[in-house]
Write a protein that binds this ligand. Structure first.
Ligand SMILES: Nc1ncnc2c1ncn2[C@@H]1O[C@H](COP(=O)(O)OP(=O)(O)OP(=O)(O)O)[C@@H](O)[C@H]1O
Ligand SMILES: Nc1nc(=O)c2ncn([C@H]3C[C@H](O)[C@@H](CO)O3)c2[nH]1
Length: 207
């Protein structure tokens, strides 16, 4: 593993990615790249009508993340500086494969590969796994209005899609190290010892 790792925190909606990435960034003194959520003009509409708004939403996420990844490459990776992100670019495809169909999915796949195949990829993924009840509880607690009517079946499918997606990524160059965190049982927010165990696992993997 490199001395200046590119770490991505992943997991389905509400798993705790931003929370854990922020805590690790502070603890390890590594700059963080965070997903932009509030300025997204399509999320609200998407949750009201997925079929109608999915292409616009997926393209919006892809363009934003492409720009962030481009900047991350220039500011950190090319200068051999460590960085942590609260997502992996591959999540675009995980979601798009679930929300798009037919010609739009095919067009999206082509654009996704064109934009991202030659971009830097994380060398470590912290994968927060959590079951449906845990995620629904966290989404409720966070209380973003547009997420409150989310269909549990959509979230349940994404849990499986994430398992498959992370397994796929583990086999792709640069063969990222995967640290799986049990988000049902490990409360890195309230339990300091559990958070410190994650920090220690991360340090061991990035040595
Ligand atoms: N391990 C945990 N124990 C208890 N609460 C948690 C834990 N992880 C996250 N939370 C809480 O759950 C909510 C969701 O966390 P967060 O916003 O970090 O999730 P996320 O994975 O980044 O979500 P999204 O997929 O929407 O970007 C927050 O209110 C956070 O405080
Ligand atoms: N459809 C879709 N595609 C994505 O790439 C994507 N990334 C995040 N999200 C949703 C999850 C949270 O509600 C909210 C904040 O993460 O946005 C996405 N939804």
């Amino acid at each position: 593993m490199k001395q200046a790792p590119f770490i991505a925190v992943e997991g389905p909606i509400g798993a705790g990615k931003t929370t854990l990435a922020s805590m690790l960034s502070t603890e390890l003194h590594i700059p963080i790249i965070k997903e932009i959520v509030e300025e997204n003009p399509f999320l609200d509409k998407f949750y009201q009508n997925i079929d109608e708004w999915s292409f616009q939403l997926e393209m919006f996420f892809l363009c934003n993340r492409y720009k962030q990844l481009e900047d991350t490459g220039l500011q950190y990776i090319e200068k051999a500086q460590p960085v942590i992100s609260d997502y992996h670019i591959y999540k675009n495809l995980i979601f798009a494969e679930r929300t798009l169909k037919g010609v739009k999915l095919e067009k999206y796949r082509q654009i996704y590969h064109l934009l991202t195949d030659d971009m830097p990829k994380p060398d470590m993924i912290i994968y927060i796994k959590a079951d449906l009840d845990t995620l629904l509880g966290r989404i409720r607690k966070r209380a973003r209005s547009f997420e409150q009517e989310m269909d549990p079946a959509y979230l349940e499918q994404l849990i499986t899609d994430y398992d498959n997606g992370i397994q796929f990524l583990a086999k792709q160059a640069p063969f990222p190290k995967i640290l799986t965190v049990n988000g049902n049982e490990i409360d890195f927010v309230e339990n300091r010892a559990q958070f410190e165990q994650i920090v220690s696992d991360v340090k061991e993997l990035i040595q």
